[in-house]
Design a protein around this ligand. Structure first.
Ligand code: TYD
Length: 204
């Protein structure tokens, strides 16, 4: 569903250690330099409820409980941060969004895609990104980069085969997306090269 608002909703997606956080910061800086109001946010987190959800996600949850935890964070973020910013005309850069649920809980955990889509739509009210930047990286490389990270959630601690399925999921989602929405970036490149490629993909 496409919606009418004045802002631009950019989502960064990718597996573990792909460099989304670094790219998000760098893009926000570039947009601000051009004078655009820019909101930088991430999932899960960035609201009081979202931070509680992060705590919850350290527990051993059933696959569907995990989905609903992510959706609590998403619903709260959409309502209190993302939608208001887009209505003001801001650029919103969000580190992960619905594609993470499809890739991790759908492909990774094997939950039914149509059901995930249904519950996700309830959480987002149908708000979809204008642009998705997908940072593609072999999962083994990404896991190596993230090795030993203190705050890793349970999904980040899964075995390599899980992360290979997540990547397959992302590649499927990219193929299936409306033309022009998804942009694949080679995340094996240096961060500055990734940022330049991202900026060009966004038409900057
Ligand atoms: P996080 O610590 O925020 O780091 P990063 O986004 O840099 O990987 O980890 C978020 C974890 O949550 C990550 O393993 C992906 C996972 N995740 C899901 O499984 N489903 C979701 O819907 C979202 C938003 C994240």
């Amino acid at each position: 569903m496409s919606e009418r608002y004045r802002g631009h909703f950019i989502v960064l997606e990718g597996g573990e250690g792909a460099g989304k956080t670094t790219l998000a910061r760098s893009l926000a800086e570039r947009f601000r330099e051009t004078g655009r109001e820019t909101v930088l946010t991430r999932e899960p987190g960035d609201t009081v409820a979202g931070e509680k959800v992060r705590e919850l996600l350290h527990l051993e949850l059933s696959p569907w409980s995990e989905v609903f935890a992510f959706l609590v964070s998403r619903a709260q973020l959409v309502t209190t941060v993302i939608r208001p910013a887009l209505e003001r005309g801001d650029i919103v850069i969000c580190d992960r969004y619905e594609a993470s649920t499809y890739a991790y809980q759908g492909w990774g955990r094997g939950l039914d895609f149509d059901e995930l889509e249904r519950v996700n739509r309830l959480a987002t009210g149908g708000l979809e990104p204008d642009s998705v930047l997908y940072l593609d990286l072999p999962p083994a490389t990404g896991l190596e980069r993230k090795h030993g990270e203190a705050d890793a959630l349970r999904t980040g601690q899964e075995e390599l085969a899980f992360h290979e399925r997540v990547r397959a999921g992302y590649l499927f989602l990219m193929e299936d997306a409306p033309p022009g929405r998804w942009h694949r970036l080679d995340a094996t490149q240096a961060p500055e090269s990734v940022a330049t490629a991202a900026w060009e993909a966004l038409g900057g």
